[in-house]
Every structure is written in structure tokens, then in C-alpha cells.
Write a protein that binds this ligand. Structure first.
Ligand code: NBP
Length: 485
């Protein structure tokens, strides 16, 4: 074992990090910057040595080559953070560590694991007397180094020992750490998954706003960059709006065109958006904004089909609004309202997941720790935090007085944007579905009554009446009288 910096040969590390690719290296350095001694391990030793060669002088590290050396370098109870690829690699590392660790030690999985895997792993580790903490970590490589948002689940007891370390490396907003114990077993990875789903919706909405300015208003890209920069000084202030202005302002060195015009328009996805939608379907929660965002990426990537469909007529029903500034303002209002819907739906999914798995997730704390460090960090999250502080049982964010006012005052603009987009043939799946969701939510009666009638007709699925209790069926194939079941 080789020691670097000020670590003496017998000193033990307070935390170990295994998996030293971009995320693990930066988190290890972050711990070291905060004064912790960090044990380092990676499957291939070259990464460990590269980290020590480049950054060994930044703090106190202990190098290890084998899991046995790594575990031996840690003070007890041991705390090990795994930052490897999600799925089978994570299982392999957990099993190897579990064989070398002792009851009471803590294994933290900081990767993007599926929450059901985390539930399974936590149970398996608990059976061996080990604490297993599935921790969602957001903020990308920059956040990992300078302060991510951290969402640890797992046993509350482990948070007593682990919490101070994680809180010290997390981002801070108004002096508060962007890290809190989320709840038992898979809760941390579940909320991180929904966070990523909201990130998908947020980016899709931003993309639609940009596309409208481009295709309906014919604004130059540089002007659109300025609009986003301007929006970032108001209610929409957020990391994603800020970097949208920067990406749009970027000129391609080779062609002199805006960079966005030379990037292939096929959006990739690593899977957390898809997981969020699958979970929403299982829980029966309409997270339409996230689903539309996932589908929009899928459509963008159907390049063969898109190419062949390019000649399809779009009609001539629409004309561009005459007052461009007024329409830009309408788009801003539509973006804000749709964003409120996306967050309202995401928080609904978190409430449903929390209920399903008995996690008792505090939505206000979640909004608090998403204010900094993570990709969806936004001024807006202060409002969400306040909404849950005012009413912890809020049935929907849309019913909080502040958000209700904000959406109601923008609803006409929202309708103008969606209808203009439809008339002009510009796709706005997230804007439009958010507006439909809003209208569905506020409707006194929905056509679900007819759906129930149809289901009863073809499948005798029964229905309930608005005027008396009970379950009823109409004898559709007979004399069409109603019978109570
Ligand atoms: P990667 O997800 O690219 O994983 C690379 C690491 O996994 C390397 O250390 C590699 O070791 C190790 N590994 C693999 Br692959 N298979 C292994 C196995 N069977 N046994 C042991 N180690 C194995 O790294 P990353 O981008 O730094 O992300 C790490 C985790 O953090 C992932 O779960 C990711 O989803 C999550 N995450 C990433 C971001 C981000 O912005 N990148 C943000 C938030 C969370 P090797 O060097 O020997 O090949």
C-alpha cells in the first residue's frame, strides 16, 4: 500500500471510494478537499494511479490494489462508496465487498441504480449484518467535485455515521446542505430516478420553447440565446435555462454556424427517464410531461422513419403571430406553467412511490436538497419547498396558492402557444400534454364516464352511479335494464 500526502502509514481512512472513473474520482477528491482521508480502489489499478499522479497532492489518500487492502485501510465501522456502472458491475462489487466487510459496516451505492435493485440489495446486505445505502447523486462530474445533490436512502441508523460526511461534500444553499436522509431501502434511488425524469421533461420543454422561437417566429439563434439569458433573470432562473443560453450562443469553429445547427438532432438516453415512466405506469400516476419527453427523444432517434416522412403535408392553417415580442412572452408563460405541471406530476409520483413502499419521503426536504448541486437546480424549488412547508399534505403542487396564481395568470398565453404551434405544424408534445393534463385535472366531469359505459357494454366491467352507492351493470345484450351487482 502506498500512502500520499500527509497520511501516516498506520492512519486509517474515514471513507473509501471504489470505482474511480469520472464520478468516483471527483467524489474522492471532494472528500479529500473536505479534510477526510480517502481510501482509493478501482478494478484496474491504472485509474487509481492516474488519480494519485494528477491529484494526490490535493489531500490525504490511501492507495489500494485489492479489495482486501482497500477494506483494511478503513476505520471501523467502514464506509465504502461504490461508483461503478449500474447493473451487474455494481452487484459484482457489492458481493466482493460484503465478503471482506464486517457486520455494522456501511456500503453505499452512489451509482444510478434501479431502485428495485436497491431494495433487493439492501435486504441481502441486511441479512449479512451490513448496512446498505442506495444514494442518488446528481450534478454530473462538476457537481461530484464541487458539491452534488445527494439523496441517500437505507437504514436511518447508518445516516448517523454517514450523514456528516455526505453533507460536507454536498452543495450548500443558504447554508443548508443539499443532502438529507430520504427514507428506507430504495427511496434514495427512486427519488433520483424521478429527479432525472423531471430533468427530461425540463429539457424537452426548453427544446420546445426554442423550436417555437425558431420555427414560428423565425428568430436568429443568437437572439434566442439572449431570450434564455433574459429568462434566467426571472422566475425561470435555473441551471438548465442558464446553460441553454450558453449552448445557443456557441458558434461552431469549423463552419461559423451556431453549434446547435451542426449537432445531429437525435437525442440519446441512458434509461432513467424510461424507468421513471415505467414506474409511473405501475403506480398509476400520469406523469405525462416526463413520458412525452422520453417519447420525443425516441421519435428524434427514429431517423430512418423521419427521413421518409419529411414530405408529409403540414397544411396551411396557421400564420405566424405579428407581435413577436408578445409571443416570446407567451412562450415564457407556457414554459413556466408546463414546468409547474412536470414538477407537480413528479412529486405526485414520489408521493405514490413513498406510499407504495412505506418510505415516508418528505417532499419539502426533497425540494430543499434539489435547490443546489443537481441538474434541475432552480430558484423555483424554493417555491416548492415553501408550498410543502405551508401544507405538508398538499394534494398537488398546482393547488398551492403561489403556483395556482402563476399558472392561472399564464393560462391564456399557454393556450395561444399550444394552438399556434398546432396551426403552424410545430410539435410541442410536452407543452400540449401539460395543458391537457391541467384541463383534465380541473374538469368537473371527464369522459371517463363514457369509458366506463363502454367497458360495461363489451365486458360487463360494471360502473358506479353519481346518485347512489353500489356497483351496477346494464343488461346491454338483453332488455337494457340496470341491475345492481
Ligand atoms: P461508469 O459508469 O463509466 O463506470 C466505470 C467504472 O465502473 C470504472 O471504475 C470501471 O472499472 C467500473 N467497473 C465496470 Br464498467 N465493471 C466493473 C466490474 N465488473 N467490477 C468492478 N468495477 C467495474 O463511470 P461514471 O460515469 O464515473 O459513473 C459511475 C456511476 O455514477 C454510474 O452508476 C453512473 O450511472 C453514476 N452517475 C454518473 C453521472 C455522470 O454524470 N457520469 C452522474 C450521476 C451518477 P475499470 O476502470 O476497471 O473499467
Amino acid at each position: 500500500m502506498t500512502n500520499t500526502a500527509s497520511t501516516s502509514p498506520t492512519a486509517k481512512a474515514q471513507i473509501g471510494v471504489t470505482g474511480l472513473a469520472v464520478m468516483g474520482s471527483n467524489i474522492a477528491r471532494n472528500f479529500a478537499h473536505k479534510g477526510y482521508t480517502v481510501a482509493l480502489h478501482n478494478r484496474s489499478i491504472a485509474k487509481t494511479d492516474a488519480l494519485l499522479a494528477e491529484h494526490g497532492s490535493e489531500g490525504s489518500f490511501i492507495r489500494s490494489e485489492t479489495i482486501a487492502e482497500f477494506v483494511d485501510a478503513l476505520e471501523k465501522p467502514r464506509r465504502v462508496l461504490i461508483m461503478v456502472k449500474a447493473g451487474d458491475p455494481t452487484d459484482a462489487v457489492i458481493n466482493e465487498l460484503a465478503d471482506a466487510m464486517e457486520p455494522g459496516d456501511i456500503i453505499i451505492d452512489g451509482g444510478n441504480s434501479l431502485y428495485t435493485d436497491t431494495i433487493r440489495r439492501e435486504k441481502a446486505m441486511a441479512d449479512r449484518g451490513l448496512h446498505f445505502v442506495g444514494a442518488g447523486i446528481s450534478g454530473g462530474e462538476e457537481g461530484a467535485l464541487n458539491g452534488p445533490s445527494i439523496m441517500p436512502g437505507g437504514p436511518a441508523e447508518s445516516y448517523k455515521s454517514l450523514g456528516p460526511l455526505l453533507e460536507s461534500i454536498s452543495a450548500h444553499v443558504d447554508g443548508e446542505p443539499c443532502c438529507t436522509h430520504i427514507g428506507p431501502d430504495g427511496s434514495g434511488h427512486f427519488v433520483k430516478m424521478v429527479h432525472n425524469g423531471i430533468e427530461y421533461a425540463d429539457m424537452q420543454l426548453i427544446g420546445e420553447a426554442y423550436d417555437l422561437m425558431r420555427r414560428v417566429l423565425d428568430l436568429p439563434v443568437a437572439d434566442i440565446a439572449d431570450v434564455f439569458a433574459q429568462w434566467n433573470t426571472g422566475d425561470l432562473e435555473s441551471y438548465l435555462i442558464e446553460i441553454t443560453a450558453q449552448v445557443l450562443a456557441q458558434t461552431d469553429a469549423d463552419t461559423g454556424k451556431p453549434l446547435v445547427d451542426v449537432i445531429v438532432d437525435e437525442a440519446g438516453q441512458k434509461g432513467t427517464g424510461r424507468w421513471t415512466v415505467k414506474s409511473a405506469l405501475d403506480l398509476g400516476i400520469p406523469t405525462t410531461g416526463i413520458a412525452e419527453a422520453v417519447f420525443a427523444r425516441a421519435l428524434s432517434s427514429s431517423s430512418g422513419q423521419r427521413k421518409q416522412a419529411q414530405g408529409l403535408a403540414g397544411g396551411t392553417a396557421g400564420t405566424a403571430p405579428a407581435d413577436k415580442d408578445a409571443f416570446v412572452d407567451d412562450i415564457r408563460a407556457a414554459l413556466y406553467a408546463s414546468k409547474v405541471v412536470a414538477y407537480a406530476q413528479g412529486f405526485d409520483q414520489i408521493s405514490a412511490g413513498s406510499k407504495e413502499y412505506d418510505w415516508n419521503v418528505d417532499r419539502g426536504s426533497l425540494a430543499t436538497i434539489w435547490r443546489g448541486g443537481c441538474i434541475i437546480r432552480a430558484k423555483f424549488l424554493n417555491r416548492i419547498r415553501d408550498a410543502y412547508a405551508d401544507n405538508p399534505d398538499l394534494p398537488s403542487l398546482l393547488l398551492d396558492p403561489y403556483f395556482r396564481d402563476a399558472v392561472e395568470s399564464g393560462v391564456d398565453a399557454w393556450r395561444r402557444v399550444v394552438s399556434t404551434a398546432a396551426l403552424m405544424g410545430v410539435p410541442v408534445p410536452a407543452f400540449a400534454s401539460s395543458l391537457s393534463y391541467y384541463d383534465g385535472l380541473r374538469s368537473e366531469r371527464l369522459p371517463a364516464a363514457l369509458t366506463q359505459g363502454l367497458r360495461d357494454y363489451f365486458g360487463a366491467h360494471t360502473y358506479q352511479r353519481i346518485d347512489k352507492p353500489g356497483t351496477f351493470h346494464t343488461l346491454w345484450g338483453g332488455d337494457r335494464t340496470e341491475v345492481e351487482q
